[in-house]
Design a protein around this ligand. Sequence first.
Ligand SMILES: *Cc1c(COP(=O)(O)O)cnc(C)c1O
Length: 230
Amino acid sequence: MAVDAEKIQANLAGIRERVSQAAANCGRAASDVQLVVVTKYVGVDETRILRENGCVVLGESRPQELMRKTRALSDPGLEWHLIGHLQRNKVRSVLPLVDLIHSCDSLRLLDAINREAMKAAKQVSVLLEVNISGESEKHGFAAEALPSVLTQVVELRNICVQGLMGMARRGSIATARQNFSSLRELRDQLLLDCPCEVQLKELSMGMSNDFEVAIEEGATIVRIGSALFQ
Ligand SMILES: *Cc1c(COP(=O)(O)O)cnc(C)c1O
């Protein structure tokens, strides 16, 4: 998908405006919501255009593409988030490149991340992906599993859980809103029940088609791709 700079700039301005408006609508500051620009549909040239327009937090869903773009751009001012499924055999190559992994969806993966992080003597920030839509083909922990997962994750000393990530069921905005509010409620409940070192301040939810309701339901991070390139 080759997209010209003017189109990207105009789309980006529109998205930023809508993020601000959605935040204002529910009495939140626009600065409470971080925009992660998802570059998985485009190449290095478009990614560079985004960077030139102030996008410094970028999301990729595939490790291979993450490696390709980080190498091509080689820009220490950029922060990269992995938002897609991560296989354990890719952990070692991905860790040096990312600032946040949104898509931690099993204890075995978390364990592998912790082990590699320990070797590299670093702390890795992660989100726990929750299957909020209940669709069997989606990744993520079942909501009911989270209390037990959290008590185990706090033992992994090189992992820092920053919050939860979820994707709404495709379909109506009303369903998306329900999915998002259930993720927020799950977070609030976990904070009441779980180990005190866990903070869970981030809620990564909302994409091109549903980010406004996600913000209204408490998203602190939205992940937006296709709306920038259409
Ligand atoms: C592709 C993707 C996005 C962006 O989706 P758009 O609908 O294109 O904005 C967000 N999150 C994840 C996990 C994705 O894979």
